[in-house]
Design a protein around this ligand. Structure first.
Ligand code: ADP
Ligand code: ZN
Length: 623
């Protein structure tokens, strides 16, 4: 259970009743989610609001519903053009008068939108921050009737964050210029300090603050180390997501290209996406991801923000993200529709070294570098831990989970730890005896007694540690070194060719005054086990959408109809409706238009638009 779940007051205010009516009539949803009701009623009442919700938590409705309940047009500040277009498309689909103003419109189209705004023909208008702040736009707003300002991705105001946008800071002037218009700032990433920065920088006036639970119970977290990351990724994809859409994150453009080509050679539709590609290519990749089924995007972190495809079934990291926030935000792109999804990560010692290198080589101030190093360490801690990962992730966002989650790798298959004290001592003394002047690869060669010219030249084959580690494989030694680095017994000096050096904490371990437990390498499942018999089988089963065998043709026909409707309307299939909605149709088998209102996700506009065709399919299968 989320720790900060609000208590329902049980007292329906007129504003709440009206908001609920809009939720049902326009969106076809039966109830608000965590905090949505309070946020919506605060904004309707004209109060400034700061709302923190995880990705997929349902932020959009928090301003879209007040936009419909309050008189006038809501102005939504959004940093990403793709996101604006998606949102406006989805809003029009449910019959809401929405538009956007951005660089994709020519002046004539923009003038039409401005006229609609001033003449009160819009419920919501999406605008990029730099455009909103032009004199011309502000003057237009002066003569319009405004319902509210919604500032999406409000963490962009934070100069410490990874998405800092200077123009966001100037949004503070909206409060002075339009004092009677409430402002709602929304974000999915903000620790306590960033929250305060948002309130201060935007000069929100005594805002009501809402922090929804950051838990995303439908996402399963899995982090593994050691061995070939690609091989493990492939097994994961084959076993769990043979035909699902998902994102694979890599650190560098080069790796993105390689991994995309490799997945393609294996028969998946995998597309590369990174900042080095031409804008047209990037747009086309994004478009295919949204519209086609089963596409895998291989991307640097440049991909994802502002993509709200709800049925991304997995997010895989082939390298370590920079911080827990970044990891949580990136993995949060999976399973926005609330159905089971996976957050999978493979990492190794090289990642730790590379990221430390990035930090060291950046132009940032020492203070900032220190912050970045701490953030990276916090993430490494989560990778190495043997207890519930979700608990640790949520604790990072100051949220307590009273029980282990039961839906992360450590909960599902508690990792074995073994006594690694002897191995750790051998490793530390080998570092020491070789003079703390070598990287992990060399030290491991010494431990394993490799016949190597460099070792011989350095006379390291005469050291007492030479060959004392033949009992462990190269990979097992890498695990030991990674864990020694992760837990602070060794540091990697990246200014000196990644040489390993002992820290103070190594002393008690070296002297045998302390024990060291190592996480056992996760064993790869045997190849002949083959793919799991679908979701819902075996340990930790997650019932996703279940369609009975006998209903499969019905389900397929509904999906085919959706694909047709999406193509006709030139929108992604999920904008027509989610899988959950189609599943409801299968289960309820509605016979009349009135009956369709009971289906989750069908509001008035969609029933009017698609109702008859849906009923025709139902009739074919229930005859
Ligand atoms: P966020 O912007 O917080 O990432 P969205 O606003 O895109 O999340 O919402 C995620 C998904 O959840 C959307 O598909 C949305 O339609 C759905 N959703 C939001 N609120 C509700 C609700 N009260 N009932 C059912 N579905 C909801
Ligand atoms: Zn857990």
């Amino acid at each position: 259970m989320p720790a900060v779940e609000p208590k329902s007051s049980g007292r329906a205010t007129p504003a709440l009743a009206e908001a609920e009516a809009v939720l049902a009539r326009v969106w076809g949803y039966s109830a608000f989610r965590s905090h949505q009701a309070e946020i919506v009623t605060s904004v309707i009442a004209g109060r400034d609001v700061l709302a923190l919700m995880p990705t997929g938590g349902g932020k959009s409705l928090c301003y879209q519903i007040p936009a419909l309940v309050r008189a006038g047009c809501a102005i939504v500040v959004s940093p990403l053009i793709a996101l604006m277009q998606d949102q406006v498309g989805a809003l029009r689909e449910v019959g809401v008068r929405a538009a956007f103003l951005n660089s994709t419109l020519d002046w004539r189209q923009a003038a039409d939108v401005e006229r609609d705004l001033v003449e009160d023909r819009l419920d919501l208008l999406y605008v990029a921050p730099e455009r909103l702040l032009t004199d011309r736009m502000l003057a237009t707003l002066d003569s319009a009737h405004l319902a509210l300002f919604a500032i999406d991705e409000a963490h962009c105001v934070s100069q410490w964050g990874h998405d800092f946008r200077p123009e966001y800071r100037q949004l503070a002037q909206l409060g002075e210029r339009f004092p009677s218009v409430p402002r709602i700032a929304l974000t999915a990433t903000a620790d306590a300090a960033t929250r305060e920065e948002i309130v201060a920088e935007l000069r929100l006036r005594d805002p009501a603050r809402f922090v929804a639970s950051f838990d995303r119970p439908n996402i399963r977290y899995m982090i593994s180390d050691g061995g070939s990351a690609r091989e493990r990724l492939w097994r994961f994809l084959e076993g769990e997501h043979p035909s699902d859409a998902g994102i694979v994150y890599c650190l560098s453009r080069k790796k993105v290209e390689e991994v995309a080509a490799w997945l393609t050679s294996k028969g998946r539709t995998a597309l590369a996406y990174h900042a080095g590609l031409p804008a047209d290519t990037r747009r086309a990749v994004q478009e295919r991801f949204l519209r086609e089924d089963g596409i895998v995007i291989v991307a640097t972190i440049a991909f994802g923000m502002g993509i709200d495809k709800p049925d991304v079934r997995f997010v895989a990291h082939l390298s370590l993200p920079k911080s827990v926030e970044a990891y949580y935000q990136e993995t949060g792109r999976a399973g926005r529709d609330g159905e089971p999804a996976d957050a999978w990560m493979a990492y190794g010692l090289e990642d730790v070294i590379t990221l430390n290198q990035f930090i060291a080589q950046s132009e940032a101030s020492e203070e900032r570098k220190r912050v970045e190093r701490q953030k990276l360490d916090a993430l490494i801690g989560i990778c190495e831990m043997t207890e519930c990962r979700r608990r640790a992730l949520l604790a990072y966002f100051s949220e307590r989970l009273s029980e282990p989650c039961g839906n992360c790798d450590n909960c599902l298959e508690p990792p074995e730890t073994t006594d690694g004290t002897e191995a750790a001592r051998k490793a530390l003394s080998a570092v020491y005896r070789t003079g703390q002047r070598y990287g992990a690869g060399y030290v491991i060669d010494v431990l394993r007694g490799k016949d190597d010219e460099r070792i011989a030249r350095n006379s390291h084959d005469r050291l007492s540690v030479y060959g004392i580690g033949k009992d462990l494989s190269d990979g097992e030694w890498r695990d030991v070194f990674r864990q020694l680095v992760a837990r602070g017994y060794l540091v990697v000096d990246i200014t000196q060719w990644n040489t390993l050096q002992l820290t103070e904490s190594a002393v008690p371990l070296l002297r045998g005054e302390e024990a060291f437990r190592v996480r056992r390498r996760v064993k790869l499942p045997k190849a002949e086990k083959g793919r799991r018999s679908g979701r819902g089988a075996g340990k930790g089963a997650r019932p996703g959408i279940l369609i009975a065998e006998t209903d499969q043709p019905f389900w397929a026909a509904l999906r085919a109809l959706r694909a047709e409707l999406a193509a006709e309307g030139n929108v992604p299939p999920y904008v027509v409706c989610h899988d959950r909605t189609l599943a409801d149709v299968v289960h309820l088998k509605p016979q009349t238009l009135e009956h369709l209102k009971l289906v989750n996700g069908l509001g008035e506009a969609k029933i009017a638009k698609y109702g008859r065709q849906l009923l025709a399919v139902v009739a074919r299968f229930t005859g």
